[in-house]
Write a protein that binds this ligand. Structure first.
Ligand code: PMP
Length: 420
């Protein structure tokens, strides 16, 4: 079992014992610019616990072979490990069937697969795809690519000045031309939690399928795809303590069974002749070529790690940090929070009136504090707030109030350097 002892042995904590969690993350012992690292860029990617690192390295040291292809023992072990990871993901998401879990490179590839294989054949000139104003580029551009080809267009669910979606206008956006609703579960730029269950219920009334981009959600709250009522759910392992290069598309089996392959190659076929090929059923149909086997194993270990803590416990801990950080940084003159929706996850974005975000990021780095700066792959969000860029602190299970204090002290230093 790959769950670290420190977590496995602890009773399910109402409050997280964060110091015990931190011990499992070797990178947190790194020093940056002579100071202990404060890692607050979890929205971009999280750090990896020892159990995930060990699961990947144990797989390579003991089980490595190609999957599904050979009869030798290692190949069987590798195949079992890969398929066990798929079953693990299915349980984690509340999926009805492990065949609904397709291993992808990440959220981006998962969304592109749905755009290309599910939506494109259904799109006709004049059709509409509904997205929201808070989307990451990867939940905008794939839809634009297929919309351009088909002569379809995007319609956008608006958001208010706090960064919450305006749902009064939501239902009016549906028409008989609406072919899909694509919505982020949690906004990467603002932390806004979208009411996806309610939105999916409205979409269902209109017979419109729903894709949820769960990239910023899975590590921070419990996800049950049945309860959400969506048709597709996409996420990346690397934002939930797992490896890079692996992610998941969950899709309802009846949709996946009706979809054409996204890429052709080995593994995704039943029979090939020069006259034509017969495709394998899902999920193999969408996993052409040798998959990221070690990545899938690492993702399984990451789910074990997260579930041992409990997604609600992780979310509650991060919420405490968010509340504390929001209060502390609001005291800094000239600093404006971007994204103050009533329901927010562990993301805190802000701007200084008179200091560019890149300068903020550089000064924070000199203090050993890692944050994100820039447009965060959400240019339409920046435009909505009339700013070019933000600084974003995003929290994970291993962050502490002490680290928030380090962030706040570094922000006061920014204030000092830029003289106010
Ligand atoms: N959607 C959201 C909301 C994200 O935050 C991200 C990553 N920043 C993505 C999609 C894309 O994820 P990936 O780069 O892992 O494919």
């Amino acid at each position: 079992m790959s769950v670290p002892a420190s977590i496995r042995e602890a009773p399910r904590p109402a409050a997280l014992d964060v110091e015990r969690v931190r011990v499992d993350f070797p990178i947190l012992r790194e020093r940056v610019r002579g100071r202990p690292l404060v890692y607050l860029d979890n929205g971009a990617t999280t750090q990896k616990p020892r159990s995930v690192i060990d699961a990947v390295s144990r797989y390579y040291a003991q089980d490595n072979a190609n999957v599904h292809r050979a009869v030798h023992s290692l190949a069987q072990r590798a195949t079992e490990a890969y398929e066990a990871a798929r079953a693990r993901v299915a349980r984690f998401l509340g999926a009805a069937d492990a065949r609904e879990v397709v291993f992808m490179r990440g959220t981006t590839e998962a969304i592109n697969l749905v755009a290309r294989s599910f939506l494109r054949p259904r799109l006709n000139p004049g059709d509409e795809i509904l997205v929201t104003a808070l989307e990451h580029h990867s939940n905008i551009v794939p839809w634009q690519l297929v919309a351009e080809e088909a002569g379809a267009r995007l319609r956008v669910v608006p958001m208010d000045a706090q960064g919450a979606l305006v749902l009064d206008e939501f239902e009016a956006l549906f028409s008989e031309r609406t072919r899909l609703l694509a919505v982020a579960h949690v906004s990467n730029a603002l932390g806004t939690v979208a009411p996806v269950t309610e939105m999916a219920a409205v979409a269902r009334r209109h017979g419109v399928p729903v894709l949820v981009d769960g990239a910023q959600a899975v590590a921070h709250r419990a996800v049950d795809v049945q309860a959400l009522g969506c048709d597709f759910y996409a996420f990346s392992a690397h934002k939930m303590y797992g490896p890079t290069g692996i992610g998941v598309l969950w899709g309802r089996l009846e949709h996946l069974e009706g979809m054409r392959p996204y890429q052709g190659g080995g593994e995704m076929i039943r029979r090939v002749t020069f006259e034509g090929s017969e495709y394998a059923p899902p999920p193999a149909r969408f996993e052409a070529g040798t998959p990221n086997i070690a990545g899938a194993v690492g993702l399984g270990a990451a789910i074990d790690f997260l579930e041992a803590i409990g997604p609600e416990t992780a979310g509650a801990h991060e919420h405490d940090l968010l509340a504390y950080a929001t209060e502390r940084i609001s005291e800094i003159p000239g600093l404006r929070l971007i994204g103050t929706a009533p329901e927010k996850a562990a993301i805190l974005s802000f701007v200084f009136e008179d200091v560019h975000a890149h300068d903020v990021g550089t000064i924070l780095d000199s203090e050993g504090v890692a944050v994100r700066v820039g447009h965060l792959c959400a240019m339409p969000v920046m435009r909505h707030f009339g700013i070019p860029a933000v600084t974003r602190a995003s929290f994970g299970v291993y962050n502490t109030r002490g680290e928030v204090d380090r962030l706040v002290a570094a922000l006061w230093k920014v204030r000092e350097v830029f003289g106010r």
